[in-house]
Design a protein around this ligand. Structure first.
Ligand SMILES: Cc1cc2nc3c(=O)[nH]c(=O)nc-3n(C[C@H](O)[C@H](O)[C@H](O)COP(=O)(O)OP(=O)(O)OC[C@H]3O[C@@H](n4cnc5c(N)ncnc54)[C@H](O)[C@@H]3O)c2cc1C
Length: 409
């Protein structure tokens, strides 16, 4: 029987591992719990201005394009592993949630999105490789809540929508499993920054999505361009109170690259960056940093709190590092650079696959006892801790190599 590898998670790490293995003629199945493949990084915008700033966003699109068009790779979205047993190979029970839109019939015309009366009930994908480009949110859809609306189903010209599709149980086998479930962004509701309460406080991920879809930075409250933006770094990272002592590594670079892009597209915008210290990871980042810091006002302080004030503005309070005085400044929009935390549900998946977790809660490659890899379970990407896109790709390459050795291909 041909070798088959099951990859859990279709972020850039899962996609990269799949590409490497498929190139060696190994069959790969990718199980992805969300509606769209590509993980977090498929939502990021290219941050090139006059030159490429090496953000890595295009690498993810390139991997996804290869995966969806590869005859040896099958991607199952909306799917989770429910149970695993191992004898010579792995037997896996999968649960596929209903996706409601038939990819064979959908032409991506967008009528469902336009006609849906409930905001967020029909969601758009991020990439031209997301097919279908639309999905129905189980949390928001009115039909799934109380059977009160079937507008999208009736409006679809291709009859591609069926809101009564049931959940499906499936089973599959694999010779090895790669756990590439990535990270969960820190949820900043517990911080005194009014996230979820003040519309013009957004996360860095929301800003990425806004730049990717609208190309500009708009105030959510009015839809007009933001003219004075504050970035607050290290939200949920390097935080002893939360016992999150790790640096998320990518947030400084990502926020500064976004700031550079905003300045290029909306030159009148004032940008302020509240930080602890700037982590300049990666080759060439210092050169970029020297260039971008002319456009950004850097304040070495982590703000205490944020309040809404007159004129649809937000007042940020911070301790000035130079004068040691408490200062207050007003902004149109505040961007919280939330860090990377262990993937939600990782503990359960790790138990099922007998993978060890470190004290941080991220998966541990070389913990005590027999490494999971000896039993055919491998780790790739940010499931093991914060890392950038190029690092995730490199990690997946190493993992694919270990899998090949394990399979004896
Ligand atoms: C705000 C922000 C900005 C960033 N910007 C940059 C940047 O500009 N450049 C850069 O190099 N890096 C950046 N990064 C880092 C980048 O996001 C990561 O390097 C990359 O996403 C890691 O890929 P991954 O595949 O390991 O994980 P993820 O992208 O998290 O993908 C994991 C996938 O696994 C799926 N999954 C999780 N659990 C399960 C399960 N049980 N079953 C099935 N599927 C599951 C998830 O739905 C997801 O699709 C940024 C990070 C953040 C937080």
């Amino acid at each position: 029987m041909a070798n088959k590898v099951l990859v859990i998670g279709s972020g850039v790490a899962g996609l990269s591992a799949a590409c490497e293995l498929a190139a060696l003629d190994i069959d790969v199945e990718i199980v992805e719990q969300s509606d769209f493949p590509g993980g977090h990084a498929i939502q990021y915008t290219c941050k090139a201005t006059d030159t490429c700033v090496k953000c890595g966003a295009c690498m993810v699109e390139e991997k996804l394009d290869r995966v969806v068009n590869h005859p040896k790779i099958k991607v199952m979205t909306g799917t989770r592993v429910q149970d695993v047993s191992k004898s010579d190979d792995f037997s896996l029970k999968l649960v596929k949630k209903p996706l409601f839109i038939d990819p064979e019939k959908c032409t991506n015309c967008g009528v469902c999105f336009e006609k849906c009366p409930e905001k967020g009930a029909v969601v758009k994908g991020f990439s031209r490789n997301h097919s279908p480009f639309y999905a129905i949110s189980e949390d928001k859809c009115l039909y799934l809540k109380d059977r009160s609306c079937t507008i999208c189903q009736e409006a679809c010209p291709e009859k591609a929508i069926d809101l009564n599709v049931p959940e499906e149980a499936k089973s599959t086998r694999a010779d090895a499993v790669i756990l590439a479930t990535g990270f969960t962004p820190f949820n900043p509701v517990s911080k005194p920054y009014g996230y979820g309460e003040f519309r013009n406080v957004v996360t860095n991920l929301e800003l990425e999505r806004m730049l990717r879809t609208d190309g500009r930075v708009l105030k959510p409250s009015t839809g007009t361009e933001a003219e004075n933006i504050a970035f607050i770094q290290c939200v949920g990272s390097r935080d002893a109170k939360l016992n999150h002592l790790w640096c998320s590594k990518v947030c400084c670079g990502s926020a500064l690259r976004m700031a550079g892009l905003v300045k290029a597209r909306q030159p009148g915008t004032q940008l302020t960056f509240f930080y602890m210290d700037v982590q300049t990871f990666g080759r060439d980042f210092d050169v970029f940093y020297a260039k971008v810091r002319k456009d950004v006002r850097l304040i070495r302080a982590i703000p205490g709190d944020i309040y809404p004030v007159a004129g649809d503005r937000l007042q940020v309070t911070f301790l000035d590092n130079v004068s040691s005085e408490t200062m207050q400044e007003e902004f149109d929009l505040v961007v919280l650079s939330v860090g990377m935390t262990p993937c939600r549900g990782l503990q359960e998946t790790a138990e099922t696959l007998q993978v060890q977790l470190a004290e941080t809660g991220f998966a541990e490659k070389d913990g005590q006892g027999t490494p999971a890899s000896e039993k055919g379970v491998f780790l790739a990407g940010a499931v093991t801790g914060p890392m950038s896109i190029p690092e995730s790709i490199a990690s997946a390459g190493n993992t694919a190599f270990e899998v090949v050795k394990y399979l004896g291909v």
